[in-house]
Every structure is written in C-alpha cells, then in structure tokens.
Design a protein around this ligand. Structure first.
Ligand code: ADP
Length: 260
C-alpha cells in the first residue's frame, strides 16, 4: 500500500471546494480531497452521488464551477477564476497531463489494434517517437499477459482483456495519478477478478490512484483512505478499517447495510 509519507509533505493532488451544477442540479457541493504520492483513495457511495463527476474533474474532463486543484503544490487551477479562455485551456491541458483515466467502458478505438490503441496517446499527445512508443507498449502489454494480442482488434478480446488494455493505455501515458471509474462494473462477474488483480499489482508497485468502485471488498483491501459520498458531499472519510467496520454517520451505515 502507501509508501511512508511524512505528514508535512505536499500532497500529489489537492482539490478544495469543488462544486458543480448541471442546470439546477447541484452535483458537487464542495468536495475536498488530498491524494498523497503512493496513496490509494477509494470513492464509494450510491449511484448518482457525484463520484464520477469528482473523478472527471480531477483530470479536466469536467470543469467544476468553483474550487481549486493543485498538483505537487502547482500548477494551480482555480475554477472560479480561470481568466481568459487561453489560460483556462492551458490549465485544463496541464491537469490532463498529470493523470490518466481508466473508464467503466474501456473506450478503446474499435478500428485500431491493441498495439495501436496503446501507442496512440504517447505518440499523438506526448510526441513520443513511434519505435520507442511501440517498445514501451509491448513491454506493458507483456506485463498484463496480452503481448500476443498486439494485432487483435478490441472486438476480438473478452471484456476483461479489453479492460486490461484500457489500463495499459493509461499506464503508457506515464501519469503521476491513475483514475479508475468503476473499472469492473461493466464486466461479467467471472471477468472481474483478472482486472482487479492487475489493479492490485499496480497498487503493490506504489502507483497513486483514485478509484471509484462498487467493489467494496476490493476497496477495503487496497485503499489507504475511503471517502463515502452521498448527494454531492463527502459524508465520511477515513481508513477502510474505520469506514467499513465502524462508520460514524448514519448515511454511511445505511449504505453499507444495503450493499454488504
Ligand atoms: P456517481 O458516479 O456517484 O454515480 P455521477 O457523478 O455520475 O454520480 O452523477 C451525479 C449526478 O450528476 C447524477 O444525478 C447524474 O445524472 C448527473 N450528471 C452527471 N453528468 C451529467 C451531465 N453531463 N449532464 C447532466 N447531469 C449529469
């Protein structure tokens, strides 16, 4: 799990006061979140509580109405005061550069092979030369047991294999932070284990992650901190041993009683 981090160290990611409304619907009502380097943070809570919106806000896929994000103490993005459009766009890209997202539905390009899918980000976004991108992509595919699928198309893979390619595609960007949005919830139950075991290996390697998941047993096993969200707020946060076995808030208790 997490590497020892002195309490005074700057978090890798700090989000404060994130708010977001879709029309009249306030989806995030002031979310604070710190993620230290090497730490795994799990976001749990009922459907519609705002977990995915938090995750998407962390890498610029969603733009909060207000709040501040900083990485390693900077760059700082202040959503309430984004200045001119050009600097807003620069901030958004700076954010996106620091993290990589693994989606619920793998979002692989259907017309590209596995290898092309993995190389696409490094080559197109980061400007990595193709031979280097290919070498790195093949090494990563080998690590998740999919080197022999390099020339397959996504439709030729099982759901679990597709999602493992989705994870490799995120790793290929060499992000500081991995964001997982319910990475197993679209999978048949028998395919969940292979994806969770890849994520567990990444945890063991010390990757920094935020995971939105309904797999509470898994969250309990790998997370350093669990945040329980309901209706756009973080109701409770703490070590998994505390949140899962001795939740303080009634709302957390009700949610866990329903699920566990
Ligand atoms: P969770 O991940 O906890 O299920 P979400 O962050 O996906 O919750 O969604 C929170 C709420 O915001 C839901 O009510 C959802 O319908 C709404 N929502 C999310 N994205 C949009 C959007 N682009 N437009 C309108 N409503 C949205």
């Amino acid at each position: 799990m997490s590497l020892i981090d002195p309490p005074t160290s700057t978090p890798l990611l700090r989000a404060t006061g994130l708010t977001k409304a879709f029309g009249a619907h306030e989806v995030l009502k002031g979310i604070d979140l710190d993620v230290k380097r090497g730490e795994v943070v799990a976001l749990i809570g009922p459907s519609g509580s705002g977990k995915t919106t938090v995750l998407r806000s962390l890498n610029g896929l969603e733009t909060p109405d207000a709040g501040v994000l900083s990485f390693d103490g900077g760059p700082v993005v202040d959503f309430a005061n984004r200045g001119d459009r050009r600097s807003a766009e620069r901030s958004r890209l700076a954010l996106r550069d620091r993290s990589a997202m693994v989606f619920q539905h793998h979002n692989l390009f259907p017309h590209m092979t596995v290898l092309q899918n993995v190389m696409e980000g490094p080559v197109q976004v980061k400007g990595v030369p193709k031979p280097q991108a290919e070498e790195e992509a093949l090494a990563l595919l080998g690590r998740v047991g999919l080197a022999d699928k390099r020339d397959s198309y996504p439709f030729q893979l099982s759901g679990g294999q597709q999602q493992r390619v989705g994870i490799v595609r995120a790793l290929a960007l060499k992000p500081d932070l991995l964001l997982f949005d319910e990475p197993t919830s679209a999978l048949d139950p028998e395919l969940v284990g292979e994806v969770l075991s890849v994520i567990s290996e990444l945890v063991a390697e010390g990757w920094t992650m935020v995971i939105v998941t309904h797999e509470l047993g898994f969250a309990r096993q790998v997370a350093d901190e669990v945040l329980f969200m309901d209706d756009g707020v973080v109701v409770e946060r703490g070590a998994p041993s505390q949140v899962f076995t001795a939740p303080v808030h009634e709302r957390t208790r009700r949610f866990l009683d329903r699920i566990l």
